[in-house]
Ligand binder design. Structure first.
Ligand code: KG4
Ligand code: ZN
Length: 330
């Protein structure tokens, strides 16, 4: 069966085509318009999805050499995300599914980030732990099967990606700052500045205190010092975020006895996190998994692979389905 999957939850317009569980094409159009505003502007995001989605879908179908009427399933991101952006994708999916008279399937974006591990080898075996770190969410998930996931830890305030982006804004870096901080951190000294490690009991995370501490630290610097120290500040910040994340993953591994550890979501592209995970894996005897870069940040391939496994379990969506903005239990 050919599956068309679409991703429009935030500021990436994506379409992917699968032949069952095999990815045939994956097209992604990022939205550059937001960088001049210092963050995603929801209304601009939905308008950009509207302007681009049809072209992105046509390109994905063309690259896959699949005609519309060969499709057997239309999948889309149902939530969580920005309401207007989700509505554009869902309306397009509903229209197409209705016109082609094929089933429709809404996918949870956070579940899709986890399922990105099944687009290509090496794939983790169940059960595994997945640290899902994106711009909007930070979760530790026990993954027992494609349709059996349990969130055992999550952020109480800012997400990890949000911490990168907001601290980047404090440094005057453009949005999204995560990848820039990653690059600048590689040129800096992580031990130069001491930032408070977030103190949160159990498996939950908190990053807003760290952001405030970073703000106060940078506010004390004059502009010349701030510029001269940017690499060191980025390195210190990144090291603090990464160790806060991995400390909780280690605790989760200890509590559950699970030694297969995966990372997913935009922040899983972070080179410091990937490196620290590899080092911790050697120490702890873990098997670790990190998706290829293209499947870390938002993309439609992860939506398609999630839909493939959901469809195999007989799951189908309905024309009456509505988007959900806040995350739902996985
Ligand atoms: O998963 P994603 O593409 O979108 C959401 O679902 O939110 O994640 C986007 C987030 C942004 O906060 C971005 O700054 C962060 O992922 N990000 C990174 C890196 N690449 C993307 N953060 C740190 N290091 C990176 N290399
Ligand atoms: Zn995402």
């Amino acid at each position: 069966m050919y599956i068309l999957a679409m991703e429009t939850s935030c500021d990436d317009t994506g379409a992917a085509v699968f032949a069952d569980g095999t990815l045939l094409s994956n097209v992604n159009a990022g939205q550059l318009i937001h960088s001049e505003w210092g963050g995603v502007v929801p209304e601009l995001a939905s308008r950009a999805h509207q302007a681009t989605l049809q072209k992105v879908v046509a390109k994905a179908l063309g690259e896959a050499k699949v005609a519309k009427d060969q499709l057997g399933l239309v999948a889309y991101t149902q939530g969580p995300g920005l309401l207007g952006s989700l509505l554009v994708g869902q309306s397009f999916a509903k229209g197409l599914a209705m016109a082609l008279d094929v089933p429709l399937l809404g996918v949870n974006h956070m579940q899709a980030h986890v399922m990105a591990h099944f687009i290509e080898a090496p794939m983790p075996k169940y059960p595994f732990l997945c640290l899902t770190v994106s711009g909007g969410h930070t979760q530790i998930v026990v993954v027992r099967a494609a349709d059996d996931m349990e969130t055992i830890g999550e952020t109480r305030d800012d997400a990890a990606g949000e911490a990168f982006d907001k601290c980047g804004k404090i440094l005057g870096l453009p949005y999204p700052a995560g990848p820039i901080i990653d690059a600048r951190a590689q040129l800096g000294d992580a031990s130069k500045y001491k930032l408070p490690k977030p103190a949160m009991e159990g498996l939950d995370f908190s990053f807003s205190g760290l952001k405030t501490a970073f703000l106060y630290m940078v506010q004390k610097m004059d502009d010349a010092t701030k510029t001269a120290e940017t690499n060191n500040l980025c390195a210190s910040l990144q090291r603090t975020i990464v160790s806060a994340l991995l400390e909780k993953v280690a605790l989760a591994a200890e509590q559950t006895g699970i030694r297969q550890i995966a990372i997913a979501g935009g922040v899983s592209a972070n080179s410091g996190l990937r490196q620290a995970l590899r080092e911790m894996a050697i120490m702890k005897g873990w098997e670790t998994y990190a998706p290829s870069m293209a499947y870390c940040t938002d993309n439609a391939a992860m939506v398609g692979i999630a839909a493939y496994y959901m469809a195999q379990k007989g799951q189908r969506g309905h024309l009456a389905d509505v988007p959900f903005v806040r995350n739902r239990p996985l």
